[in-house]
Design a binder for this molecule. Structure first.
Ligand code: ZN
Length: 224
């Protein structure tokens, strides 16, 4: 793995380029929403046709998905959407709890009032979206936005890269559990606690709230 992130330069912070949502962003959405289910083939020609673009950006996007842990390359069948099983989700969340705690603790002393307002806006959007149980893609996107904002605010590129991969992989696991109304409501409550801790500016409170959220996810996603 080269560690290169194709298209990263061309994207704005919200994953769009000046030409509109990037090909990577669009395929990523298909994966995270479950439209391209774990295990399904990521055929470059088929995706290029589906999105109405040439093969080259699709090929780059698939490489980036592999880098992000959302896809795996197989010897003879090309790339497939990664499958996250019960054991893998436990491993992912165990590491994510620690790193999310670190990100929140670091961000606690760095976030401005404007940043905190933006985080509050993401939470408000999640609340609005809560009544629409069918919009799993929007739900996943808002959760990722909330966490990516905090990890970016922490200002540690290495930490942000690792967390981006772990968060995306976590969303590949059991979409039905992620989007149950009850689980979303509890997750939203945990997000509010994280925001409150960040507003207090206390690193230790932020760490505890962020870790509690991931431990909560672990319980909710693995108790079946
Ligand atoms: Zn969350």
């Amino acid at each position: 793995m080269s560690g290169q992130r194709p298209e990263a330069e061309a994207e704005r912070g919200d994953g769009t380029s000046l030409l509109g949502p990037s090909v990577h962003r669009r395929i990523r959405q298909l994966v995270l929403s479950g439209e391209l289910a774990p295990g399904s083939r990521l055929s470059v020609p088929a995706l290029a046709t589906r999105l109405g673009v040439s093969r080259s950006p699709v090929r780059e996007a698939v490489q980036q998905l592999i880098y992000e842990g959302l896809a795996v390359s197989t010897p003879h069948a090309g790339a497939k959407v990664a499958a996250v099983d019960d054991e893998r989700i436990r491993e992912v969340l165990a590491v994510r709890a620690v790193l999310d705690g670190l990100a929140a603790a670091t961000a606690a002393t760095r976030l401005t009032e404007a940043d905190l307002d933006k985080l509050a806006a993401v939470i408000a959007a999640q609340e609005t979206n809560l009544d629409d149980a069918t919009d799993a893609a929007r739900d996943a996107q808002l959760d990722l936005e909330f966490h990516s904002f905090i990890r970016d605010a922490a200002g540690n590129r290495c930490l942000a890269d690792e967390l981006a991969r772990l968060e995306a992989q976590a969303h590949l696991y059991r979409g039905d559990l992620w989007c149950s109304a009850r689980n979303r409501r509890v997750a939203l409550r945990e997000h509010r606690r994280i925001l409150e801790a960040l507003e207090s500016g206390h690193p230790e409170s932020a760490r505890i709230a962020a870790e509690a959220h991931v431990h909560g996810l672990m319980t909710r996603l693995t108790r079946h």
